[in-house]
Design a binder for this molecule. Sequence first.
Ligand SMILES: Nc1ncnc2c1ncn2[C@@H]1O[C@H](COP(=O)(O)OP(=O)(O)O)[C@@H](O)[C@H]1O
Ligand SMILES: [Mg+2]
Length: 473
Amino acid sequence: MTNKKSADANKVVATPTKRFFVEMLTRDIELDDAILDLLDNCLDGAVRTNAKKRVKDKSRPYAGFWAEITLDAKHFCIKDNCGGIPIDIARSHAFRFGREDNLRDKDFHTVGTYGIGMKRAIFKMGSDCWVRSHHANGSFGVHIDEDWISGDDKWELDMDRQAEVPKDEGVSLRITKLLPGIEHHFDPNKGNFEEVIKKKIRLHYAYIIKKGFVVKVNGHVVKPSDFQTLIPVDLASDSAIAPYIYQAEEGGVSVQLIMGMYERFPSQGELDDYVDGKRSKDTAGWTVVCNDRVVLANDTSHMTGWGESGVPVYHSQFIMLSGLVEFISNDASKLPVTTTKRGVDLNSPLYADVKNIMRDALKHFTSFTNHWKTQTDERANMQTQTRAIDIREAAQSVRIDKWQDVRKGLKGRRFVPELPKPKEEKTHAKMSFTRSKDEVQLVTDFLFDPGANPKPSEVGEAAFDWALNEAKA
Ligand SMILES: Nc1ncnc2c1ncn2[C@@H]1O[C@H](COP(=O)(O)OP(=O)(O)O)[C@@H](O)[C@H]1O
Ligand SMILES: [Mg+2]
């Protein structure tokens, strides 16, 4: 209704229209991110369900939970067995635009905060949706359709307690009347969205899948991406390729940062291919993870400290450097993520502090890389002394006496590896000095043939060699 009037002649109407919400909310989120929001809800459900029971295998807390996405030109559906929506939450919160109760879930590692994800995803894709939930305390279905969206008076939805619901305790959300652009994306004959979303899930849910969660897209199980790092075969060796690690606890958030070598140095041929763009690598750079969700993947920009305050700009020479920063909190609003949950909140003071350490780790490793630019036997040999492990397990490979307490900033502790240096650097020393031009000319005339035009550094070297011969004689 557009001509809404206030009953009181001295009041003006300020209630929002639903269209406004539908259009504004969906404008600044990408389709794939909106779908990941729905997957986040499934996972939040699993986290809540787990909180009610004892998880047997701590390394695989999501084992047994699944979410299945199906999509085509006619529909989008996501179904899970993660516990369902409790009736009271459905009545008072789940379908509202925005959360008022930020303390709900305060004891779990969930990511829902703003109370818009589900609604935003629905309206991003279509104009007709059935949400069906089977929860231990009751079942229901809620239908959102075009009439509801265009009617502004009624902000309630009907809850159908007799609706058909999933067999397992969980939620199914089915969207039809897809918007024209979405229909096109989902149509396997026109777009390749199935692959796009699988790739996104592979990356963003890598840890969650490794921890037992199963995600299927159109019947195919999604495999997780790998995040690995090299550690020394011999953990007792003092100087070896090992990751830089930092850990801290700050105001209810625990932080862990690991930067290391993802794999061996590329050969010159491989490097040329990277430079020419014939080869690409998506393991380089920083990955930021908040409560198990990857919010930024393999970033090589200023957002993660590259090219800032003395850190070199990213270049293919650094292709094997790869780092992980992880934030964990029971209070999702303390995590440095943007409202879409798929980006780092660059205004977060916590992130700014952590970024200082990220830059420090980058400097440590970029300078290491610079020392080993050339493909030598020594370099090849050094690399055989390493093995790859899951980057998150790296902290366990550090000897207890090697940790240092950090006194500045966020405090905490860190391990800074003593990275190997080429032998030549250990046995050779660099000399550089300045002399007056007259004196340099005198020495040039003394040591070089007339007409020769050596650089000052060559004169210095020749002078050293002459003195060396004298010394040896
Ligand atoms: N798949 C699901 N399983 C369990 N609960 C769900 C699911 N989807 C949505 N919910 C409930 O609906 C609420 C609203 O979801 P959403 O709009 O994404 O906001 P938020 O996740 O930020 O709270 C969630 O907090 C949760 O209680
Ligand atoms: Mg959500």
